[in-house]
Design a protein around this ligand. Structure first.
Ligand code: NAP
Length: 293
């Protein structure tokens, strides 16, 4: 990763004090109607020239209304799920992957809807909303020919959808090898799975594997997680990561980080490699990119 190039990636064209007015073009539920997980694909639109970004960046959405102190709600950040030429390829639309979130008050057990995710999941085409950003440079790939290992849990797939959309729009010679390891509770929760499988069919350098934690078990009877699936494809992962330009991206739940570290340590041992050494090189060269919450 060239840090000088990374530092040039524009951020904060629109701040919360002066956000961009955008229109919801479409909203589609990605999970089945009876699934407890309500994940939606939203496409936002603006006028030509008003917004641009790099794959791996995020936008802020300003929830309507004010908080208990009468102040505007802080923006909530979401990864952009579209390539930098836009969802429609004309630079005036981007997609977000939003899960309807609920939280529980520990003292009372009362379940409350998350403000912004419910606002977005309930929005209707034609609704106008306020958007800020783009923000974030950490997850932006600068070399699409570099080998990549992308590991996502749940809606953490959003930035990788942008990567894969971009990849699908590049000429074959402009793309490197890529392994995607994506985990969700059930097959139904694997957002964009059919689309990704379609990409694999036409992109011989792309390999996508899944972990369905509530439908598959490990050999010792645990839920199948991305780290377990990564172990199954350890030879491919290690071959990719051994390349001096390789980049490793993790996105999703915070808990996945330790599991992936442990899996990579095991994989390294099996292949006569040195994970602590490789991790240090990846970190030093900014080729290890992590966005977990
Ligand atoms: P989720 O549905 O709760 O979980 C996704 C999968 O991860 C499930 O199969 C889950 O298994 C599994 N999992 C749970 N603990 C794990 C662990 N320790 N190691 C590996 N896998 C584990 O995920 P989600 O609700 O979509 O949450 C995704 C996260 O991504 C959130 O923290 C969100 O903030 C973050 N994120 C979102 C965006 C966005 O733009 N929307 C962008 C970046 C990051 P079980 O439930 O069966 O245990």
């Amino acid at each position: 990763m060239d840090l000088a190039l990374q530092a040039q990636i524009p951020v904060n064209r629109y701040r919360p004090s002066a956000p961009l007015r955008v229109t919801l073009q479409s909203i589609e539920r990605l999970t089945a109607p009876d699934s407890p997980n309500d994940v939606r694909h939203l496409v936002l639109r603006w006028q030509p020239g008003e917004f641009n970004w790099h794959e791996g960046q995020s936008v802020g959405i300003v929830p309507p209304g004010v908080n208990a102190k009468g102040r505007p709600h802080p923006v909530r950040l979401f990864s952009i799920a579209s390539a930098s030429d836009g969802e429609n390829g004309d630079g005036t639309t981007l997609a977000l992957t939003i899960k309807r979130f609920f939280w529980t008050i520990p003292e009372t057990g009362e379940v409350l809807p998350g403000l912004c995710s419910n606002y977005l999941c309930d929005a209707k085409p034609g609704d106008q909303m306020w958007m800020t950003g783009p923000v974030g440079r950490e997850m932006v790939p600068l070399d699409w020919t570099a080998p990549m290992v992308l590991v996502a849990t749940g809606t953490g797939i959003a930035p990788f959808r942008a990567f894969l959309q971009q990849r699908s729009r590049l000429a074959p010679a402009q793309r490197g090898r890529c392994l995607v390891v994506f985990g969700a509770q059930t097959a139904d929760d694997l957002s964009y799975r059919a689309w990704m499988d379609g990409l694999v069919a036409t992109d011989p350098l792309l390999h996508v594997v899944y972990a369905r934690s509530r439908e598959e078990k490990t050999s010792d009877g645990r839920r199948m997680y991305v780290q377990d699936r990564l172990r199954h494809h350890g030879a491919v992962a290690w071959e990719l990561l051994a390349d001096p330009r390789a980049e490793l991206y993790l996105c999703g739940l915070k808990g996945m980080e330790d599991g992936i570290e442990a899996a990579l340590a095991d994989i390294a041992r099996q292949h006569g490699g040195d994970w602590p050494g490789l991790r240090q090189r990846l970190r030093d060269e900014h080729r290890l990119r992590i966005e977990v919450y």
